[in-house]
Design a protein around this ligand. Sequence first.
Ligand SMILES: NC(=O)c1ccc[n+]([C@@H]2O[C@H](COP(=O)([O-])OP(=O)(O)OC[C@H]3O[C@@H](n4cnc5c(N)ncnc54)[C@H](O)[C@@H]3O)[C@@H](O)[C@H]2O)c1
Length: 340
Amino acid sequence: MNYSMEPGEIPVGMVGLGLMGSSITVCMLISGHPVIGVEPVSENVVISFQRIREYLDIAWQKGLVSEKPEAYLARLTLSDDFDTLGPAKIVIESVKEDLDIKRQVFNKIDKVVGTDTIISSNTSAIPISDLQRFVSFPQRFFGLHWMQPAHTTRFLEIICGEQSDRSIADYLYKLAEKWDKEPVLVKKDIRGFIGNRLMYAMYREALHLVQEDYATVEDVDRACRNVAGYFIPMVGVFRWMDFTGIGAYYTVMKELFPTLSNAQAPNALISKIVEEGGNGVFNGKGFYDYTEEERRLWEEAYSRFTYDIRELALKYPHDVVKKALQQDEGSDLPEQSTLL
Ligand SMILES: NC(=O)c1ccc[n+]([C@@H]2O[C@H](COP(=O)([O-])OP(=O)(O)OC[C@H]3O[C@@H](n4cnc5c(N)ncnc54)[C@H](O)[C@@H]3O)[C@@H](O)[C@H]2O)c1
């Protein structure tokens, strides 16, 4: 594979066009790639196309893309036929989170793609080192872990398994910037990767606080929204500690860490919801209850929010200060940067 090619010259094979696969497809199309979509479940092909079209319609209405949906759809082929994947230079798998299903899918992909094709999985939690055993060239296999909806979010983890070639991971890292991502390289395979490990540490503590009756579900959400929510999109974790006094964190950690939940299993709060068939906004029963109208309005509001938070994230990228300094270069006493 020629690593200097532009996205327009790199056909991407997208396997599994469910919720995530459809939004990853949109991300690839708007980044300029031709996309060969394969939806393994034949009866889902039509609905997948409709979903992609709907994402593109909204992206056009919101000004995320410069061309009408037809311009992007012209670069998409969609079928249930794995043989169409032949020309793909990068394949992204996003089928159901089930090891056996993924094994069957990778066996099929492996049979039809070229010897230099990069193969990747959007698995949420299966170790990449396990999945890469299902293909003939494991050194070209990686995790590409996206966040829904993949065409508006900026998160992307590039995960190396035990046998992955680091130089190809570095290439994907650079390419991901052309996908408008702020990529994260996971140098060594670890269950849950980076983003989910951080989030699950917080889910565990949140479940613990409510289960032990320290606060309500709603108030824990309020604390999270108004503490983490006010700094994380700008500075993350470590820069936040740099900003606010490392010494104090060190002192508090010594006292607080032993009191944090280290539960080894999901607690009764979430177990009860799951056992009773609760599925959150999808069926109106979760940590909160939703009427049909509330469900719809929450989904609409969240969809709007994904565009608003994207604007803010683009205004304050990880290198906002570096960019400001470059802009001010040459002046003796830099004025406040126009970026800031
Ligand atoms: N939903 C998220 O926010 C999210 C985030 C990151 C990663 N993921 C991961 O992405 C992958 C897909 O998740 P999703 O949320 O899009 O799920 P989904 O249910 O919307 O889509 C699942 C896809 O798998 C296909 N499928 C189902 N049964 C199959 C079978 N027997 N053989 C082949 N294909 C089959 C479906 O047709 C569909 O294309 C999973 O590995 C999931 O863990 C999801």
